[in-house]
Design a protein around this ligand. Structure first.
Ligand SMILES: [Zn+2]
Length: 155
């Protein structure tokens, strides 16, 4: 996979689709177009890999800063279509200034319901979640991180 720069890659049509996730009324159709199998229900394509071009566009969207909504939209897409190549960028968002982005980053790493049983968890990710459970400034993020740790201990 090529290195992803901060500027929009016009040779890849999915970059523009990711950018348009900022438009609320287009979000639903774009979520379908960017999914692994457009035209099928989310429940039928959970855990399926997206193409490399889509993956590159979604990873680019993780650093989208105007507006912030694109970041968590891309996290939700990567939650349903996990790929290890996105993990370093998702981990970076555990330090995002926006609580909702941190919440969705935790979810994209831990949730295995959307991934058909495939969570992206590793011991080093777990230690970062421990840190958020204790230190995050936002109560909702702390509580979610605590819940993730507790449910991890049950398995
Ligand atoms: Zn999920």
């Amino acid at each position: 996979m090529k290195k992803i720069s901060k500027v929009i890659d016009t040779s890849n049509p999915f970059f523009e689709q990711v950018d348009c996730l900022k438009i609320k009324k287009e979000r639903y159709i774009l979520g379908d177009l960017l999914s692994a199998k457009p035209g099928t229900r989310p429940s039928e394509q959970r855990g399926k890999k997206v193409s490399e071009q889509k993956l590159e566009a979604m990873i680019w969207g993780l650093s989208h800063d105007k507006p912030v909504v694109v970041r968590w939209q891309c996290l939700q897409l990567l939650d349903a279509h996990p790929d290890h190549r996105a993990v370093p960028d998702i981990l970076g968002l555990l330090n995002d200034p926006v609580p909702r982005v941190r919440w969705n980053a935790i979810h994209a790493l831990e949730c295995d319901a959307c991934k058909a049983g495939e969570s992206l968890f590793t011991p080093s990710i777990l230690s970062k979640i421990y840190f958020l459970a204790e230190q995050d400034k936002n109560k909702r993020v702390r509580l979610y991180a605590q819940r993730v740790i507790e449910s991890g201990l049950e398995d």
